[in-house]
Every structure is written in structure tokens, then in C-alpha cells.
Design a protein around this ligand. Sequence first.
Ligand SMILES: *[C@@H]1O[C@H](CO)[C@@H](O)[C@H](O)[C@H]1NC(C)=O
Ligand SMILES: *[C@@H]1O[C@H](CO)[C@@H](O)[C@H](O)[C@H]1NC(C)=O
Ligand SMILES: *[C@@H]1O[C@H](CO)[C@@H](O)[C@H](O)[C@H]1NC(C)=O
Ligand SMILES: *[C@@H]1O[C@H](CO)[C@@H](O)[C@H](O)[C@H]1NC(C)=O
Ligand SMILES: *[C@@H]1O[C@H](CO)[C@@H](O)[C@H](O)[C@H]1NC(C)=O
Ligand SMILES: *[C@@H]1O[C@H](CO)[C@@H](O)[C@H](O)[C@H]1NC(C)=O
Ligand SMILES: *[C@@H]1O[C@H](CO)[C@@H](O)[C@H](O)[C@H]1NC(C)=O
Ligand SMILES: *[C@@H]1O[C@H](CO)[C@@H](O)[C@H](O)[C@H]1NC(C)=O
Length: 469
Amino acid sequence: MRSHPVLGYGLLVLFVFWVTANRASSSSLHCKRYGGDETRPHSVTITEFGAVGDGTTLNTKAFQNAIFYLNSFADKGGAELFVPAGRWLTGSFNLISHLTLWLHKDAVVLGSTDPADWPIIDPLPSYGRGRELPGNRHKSLIFGSNLTDVVITGENGTIDGQGSGWWQRFRNKTLDYTRPHLIELMNSNEVVISNLTLLNSPFWTVHPVYSSHVTIQNLTIRAPPNSPNTDGIDPDSSDHVCIEDCYISTGDDVIAIKSGWDEYGICYGRPSTKITIRRLVGETRSSGIAIGSEMSGGVSDVHAEDLFFYNTNNGIRIKSSPGRGGYVRNVYVSNVSLLNVTTAFRFTGLYGEHPDDHYDPNALPKIERITFKDIRGKSITVAGLMQGIEGDAFGDICLYNVNLQVSASPPWNCSNVKGYSDFVSPQPCELLEQCVFPDHCSECYHLSSDDDDEQRNQKRRKGARLLSW
Ligand SMILES: *[C@@H]1O[C@H](CO)[C@@H](O)[C@H](O)[C@H]1NC(C)=O
Ligand SMILES: *[C@@H]1O[C@H](CO)[C@@H](O)[C@H](O)[C@H]1NC(C)=O
Ligand SMILES: *[C@@H]1O[C@H](CO)[C@@H](O)[C@H](O)[C@H]1NC(C)=O
Ligand SMILES: *[C@@H]1O[C@H](CO)[C@@H](O)[C@H](O)[C@H]1NC(C)=O
Ligand SMILES: *[C@@H]1O[C@H](CO)[C@@H](O)[C@H](O)[C@H]1NC(C)=O
Ligand SMILES: *[C@@H]1O[C@H](CO)[C@@H](O)[C@H](O)[C@H]1NC(C)=O
Ligand SMILES: *[C@@H]1O[C@H](CO)[C@@H](O)[C@H](O)[C@H]1NC(C)=O
Ligand SMILES: *[C@@H]1O[C@H](CO)[C@@H](O)[C@H](O)[C@H]1NC(C)=O
């Protein structure tokens, strides 16, 4: 059992820290925005291309023609496609560089319920096949590949994937290919998705993959709690992704950070790194923030703060499996409130689910330097179900100032994990009971070093000063 010779002093410092932290509320931090001009020199309205907003006319051609036309402005500062009030039924369409898709507050873009309006495209190389079925996959409703400077925004206008037919075909096993996302951007740079309501995606809702400098702000994302695989936002093999001020209530993970699947993800080798998440409220039968299970290209430097998850199965979850390879390291999650959550922290080392039989069972993931700090929970069933992999323990797990009201006994269930803790209630499992201070301070308070984010550097310096006792 550990002892606390400095408990009284520690609490005092903690109190000072809270007061100071509250005064310097982190709500002033904002995603750095890359590209994405606020105003484009040219603008057209979708009706100029024959679109009809009656909810029944199929407008795929109008979207495609408008965007084809706007391509001629790409080298002239870009252009805006305005979608006015109305219900605009469409199949998949492709975006172009230097484009702003702008939705009026009463605009609803509706995904066609005919799968034929969602073309078939190649699987992602880092997955080697469709995620749910072998072979190809359906293209997302709004798709972009190899783009730069793209904005999808509005005054809280709506994009509704009308996913229920897809969910039905998933349940009755009549899907032909893997279901489409609502929005997918591949190999793209300087992407902004903001000020929208996204509803009823057939599959994951927002999927930036092989992309950089992606800013996601002020989205409301909803799908029914029982809708299959309707994740909110899935940064996948992408870097410098910043997500803030979102409300997400879906049937699967609120946020899932990924980087490819087993041998395909290892071979493709593109990590997800420098992922920032702040001011997020979410509700799901699955996880608030999940990392994996596809993480074979590696996941690092994830910084999440000011989160609230309720009526949720898992608060923060890391999922992996032998065969995945890759790593998850330098994850820092702080200031989280959990309410009515089954398991606050969950690590799953034997998740399974492989793309095929060619995975290498000796490709073990490396999971290390995971910090959970300033976490409160009410109506929690299990504090932690933390299971690493035998012979491949998840290491440098750090819990600091965690206070959970837990009903299960024992509250923690740990195996093949190693780490530290201080000010954790209920008392953590023995494997996480090494003392944080002073030996393990650097493991625990490592923050990602995003050198071009001066605001965060200032915050880190302040944090370091406050915590150096
Ligand atoms: C996009 O870029 C990738 C990688 O540079 C390239 O392989 C692919 O052909 C490009 N796709 C299109 C549609 O231009
Ligand atoms: C979020 O969107 C709403 C509706 O468009 C807007 O009123 C509000 O100012 C936005 N908030 C932020 C933080 O951008
Ligand atoms: C946007 O609209 C949805 C309903 O369509 C609403 O629930 C949400 O609060 C609105 N978001 C903002 C930021 O105003
Ligand atoms: C499966 O569900 C789809 C969508 O609701 C429906 O069109 C189809 O008839 C169903 N097929 C079977 C075999 O139940
Ligand atoms: C969202 O809308 C608000 C209110 O109109 C605006 O101030 C803000 O700049 C918009 N944010 C983005 C990222 O487009
Ligand atoms: C913690 O997050 C909540 C939102 O969930 C926010 O209101 C509060 O200001 C944050 N506290 C600190 C110390 O940043
Ligand atoms: C707790 O969350 C579950 C879903 O996980 C929900 O069914 C239940 O109604 C919630 N309880 C309360 C008291 O809200
Ligand atoms: C710990 O969790 C494992 C896996 O869910 C379960 O089999 C085991 O019984 C649990 N142990 C305790 C003491 O609850």
C-alpha cells in the first residue's frame, strides 16, 4: 500500500491548481484554422443548376454540375456553392479544392435511399477491404479526395443521410458492400467542417482519412442509439485534427481515432497524430472517446479536454489486439465529467476482428503513456476494466485526480497493465498503484508538443509551473 506523506500539502496545491485552472478556463482555446477562406470571391446557388428542394427530386446531377462549373474558379480564390432553404435529395457527389459548401439554416441535404445513388469505390489501402464486408465499399454522400482548402459549413443547416435502410440491410444481412460514410475526405489538407447538424449516417458520420489540418467545429451529430456503427467523428491516419464544441449522440463511438487494420495498416504505415478534442458533449451505447480498434499505423499525441459523456457504456476506451501491431502513445485526457456510464476507463487488448487470416499474431501493439487527469463520475458501474495483452502490458498508465462514484465491487479489474496513480477514488487496482510523484511526473504530464500552437504551449508552461512541487 502506498502512503501519502505530503497528502495535506498535495491537497492544498490541488486546490490552488483548481482555482487557478478555473480562472484561466481553457474555453478560450480554439482550433487553429488552416486555409478555408471565410468568403469566396464567387458564389452560385444550387437552384441555378436545376436543383429542386422538394424532398423528392433527385439532385445529384445538379450538385455535380455546379461543382464542375465552380472548378474554373479554383485558381481565382475559390468559390462557394450555396444551398438555400429546402429539402435537397441527392446521391453521392465529389467536392473540389478551394470550395465552400454553405448550407442555409433551413437547408436539409437528404441522402438518397437508393443504394445505386452511392457508387462503389475501392477499399482503403490501410484496411485492405471494406470495413464490414470484403471487397469494395460505397462512396460517402459528400466525398473528397486529394483536395486542399475545402469548407463544409452553414448556419446549422442539416445533412441527413437517411440511414435507416442501410441499418436495415445491415441487420437483415442483405448489404452488397460496406456501408458509406456521410462525409469522407481522403488525402486532403486544410479541411473545415463546421456549424452543421449531421443526422442518420449510414455508417461512420465524419471520416477524415490520410488527411492533415482538419478543423471540425460546432457540429451536432445525431443517430438513434440502436443504429449500427454510426460513429460520430473518426479521424483515421490523419494528423493535426482539431475537434471542438460538438454535441454527438449516436449508436456507436462518439469519437473513434483510427489508423488502419492489421497487416494492411502496418504496411500503409500512416499514423493518426496531433489530435485535439475539446468541449465535447456526447451520449452513446458505445464509447465517448475510443482509440482503435484499428490502430495499426499508430496513434500518438492525442489531447482531449473538457468532455462530458452521459448515458454511455464506456467513457474512454482503447481497443487493440495481437495482429494489429502499431502503437498508441502520448494520450492525455483531462477534465472529463461522466454521468450514468457503465465503465469509466476501458482497455481491451484482445478485441479480435481481423480483415483476413493473413495477419501476424506476433504483431503486438505498443500501448504506453496514457494519462487520465481530473475526471469526475457519478452513477458509474465499473471504474476501470483495463486489460492489456499477456507479455505485452500496456505501460505508463497514469491516473491523477480521479473521483468516481462506483457501484461495482471490485471497482477496478486490471490485467497486463502497469502504471501510476495519485488522488484516485475508489482506490485503483494494485497494478496502477505506483506513486506518481516525484518519480513518474514526466510520464504523466507529458503533453503533445504541437509547436505551431502557441496557445497550447502557454498552457503547458503554466501547467508545468503549477505541477512542479
Ligand atoms: C490522389 O493522390 C494519391 C496519392 O498521391 C494518388 O495515388 C491518387 O491517384 C490520387 N487520386 C486522384 C483521384 O487524383
Ligand atoms: C454554433 O452554431 C450556431 C448556429 O449556427 C451559432 O449560433 C453559434 O454561434 C456557433 N457557435 C460557435 C462556437 O461557433
Ligand atoms: C442546430 O440544430 C439542432 C437541431 O436541428 C439543434 O439541436 C442544435 O442545438 C443546433 N445547434 C446550435 C449550435 O445552435
Ligand atoms: C432487408 O431490409 C431492406 C431495407 O429495409 C429491405 O428492402 C429488404 O427487403 C430486406 N430484405 C430481407 C431479406 O428481409
Ligand atoms: C459558425 O457560426 C458562427 C455564428 O454565425 C460564426 O461566428 C463562426 O465563425 C462559424 N464558425 C465556423 C468555423 O465557420
Ligand atoms: C471542464 O470542462 C467543463 C465542460 O465540460 C467546463 O465548463 C469547465 O470550465 C472545464 N474546467 C476547466 C478547469 O477547464
Ligand atoms: C442510463 O443510461 C442508459 C443507457 O446506457 C439508459 O438506458 C438509462 O435510462 C440511463 N439512466 C438514467 C437514469 O438516465
Ligand atoms: C475481470 O474481467 C474479466 C473480463 O471481463 C472477467 O472475466 C473477470 O471475471 C473479471 N474479474 C473480476 C474480479 O471481476
